[in-house]
Design a protein around this ligand. Structure first.
Ligand code: C5P
Length: 303
């Protein structure tokens, strides 16, 4: 096959409100998830001759790769029995950092496989994505969305008010289950009724007014991430001191995002990233991206 490639953008949770634990062990939540321009590159091509099965090559990431599970689940769901394929991931999104990089790679793999077989049935992809992990459904199509349930219900939004983000990666890694467990230990989740009220507020501000309002830029997992990784506090302070209008932990952390509002947002975030790079290696300024950012392209191979 001609190799296919796409981009797998990382995400920032502009807000994340935590609710009760469901019978499946995961928490109800309400979150606004935004894809950003810091992205992995993911490609799908033929495996090496003699390969016995599909392969995922992802330098820097150990263990079972969610992209491999995505390809296996896609093959099974649509009965795709083509010869072994290779997924190659060039990582740029920090790993185990709350930016959903592994989930974005899995979602990108689903897009690539669906394109390869011409089977881009959104319902099938959404079902597969939900089975792979809470962050995968939102990552199927880059953009901004309100996410509910445990992550499986996704409502796409139009672009929000002009803004850009400063990303401050951490040298530490946090395991998502540990952060949710710590949130429970600290009593952070709201009751179902309070979560429903917050959902209404999110719909009114982010969805109807496209506004990033100060009261709603809150991540209920932040205190849990801070409890497990106190260094995060320094990054939050640094982002605020560098002029961010809001600063918060993304997802389960430990990455910190500074949100800059206004027409000059990207310029201000870029200056801050430059100033902070010595203290926070990998600091960068990013912008929101839309579905076109995740388009699948055919890689031209010289004859
Ligand atoms: O869905 P995913 O595999 O990414 O979730 C990993 C773990 O994170 C879950 O097993 C659970 O401990 C926690 N989690 C949660 N509630 C969510 C999402 C994740 O408790 N909505």
């Amino acid at each position: 096959m001609n190799p296919l490639r796409t981009r797998a953008p990382g995400k920032v949770n502009l807000c994340l409100f935590l609710g009760p634990t469901r019978p499946d062990g995961r928490h109800e939540l309400v979150s606004v998830v935004e894809s950003v321009s810091l992205a992995d590159d993911v490609s799908l091509g033929d495996a090496e001759p003699g390969a016995e099965g599909d392969e995922v090559v992802c330098p820097g990431v150990e263990g079972v790769n969610l992209a491999a599970l995505a390809l296996a689940s896609f093959r099974e769901a649509v009965g795709w029995d083509a010869p072994p394929r290779r997924v190659t991931v060039a990582k740029r999104v920090p790993v185990a950092a709350g930016m959903g990089g592994g989930s974005a790679d899995a979602a990108a793999t689903l897009r690539l496989a669906a394109h390869a077989v011409g089977a881009e049935d959104e319902t099938v992809l959404a079902t597969l994505a939900a089975g792979l992990g809470s962050d995968v459904p939102a990552a199927l199509e880059p953009g901004v969305c309100v996410v509910t349930g445990a992550g499986e219900r996704v409502r796409r939004l139009g672009a929000l008010e002009p803004h850009a983000l400063l990303i401050l990666p951490s040298g530490q890694r946090l395991a998502t289950p540990a952060v949710f467990a710590e949130a429970d230990r600290l009593g952070l989740p709201s009751c179902a009724r309070a979560l429903a009220v917050l959902h209404g507020d999110v719909e009114a501000s982010f969805a109807r007014e496209a506004a990033i309002s100060a009261e709603l830029v809150r991540n209920d997992l932040q205190a849990a991430a801070l409890s497990l990784c106190p260094e995060i506090d320094g990054a939050l302070d640094a982002a605020r001191a560098a002029g961010a209008d809001h600063a918060l932990v993304s997802g389960s952390g430990p990455t910190v995002a500074g949100i800059y509002l206004g027409a000059d947002a990207h310029e201000r975030a870029a200056v801050a990233a430059g100033d902070l790079r010595a203290a926070f290696p990998g600091a960068c300024a990013v912008v929101p991206v839309d579905p076109a950012f995740g388009a699948v392209e055919t890689v031209e191979v010289p004859a």
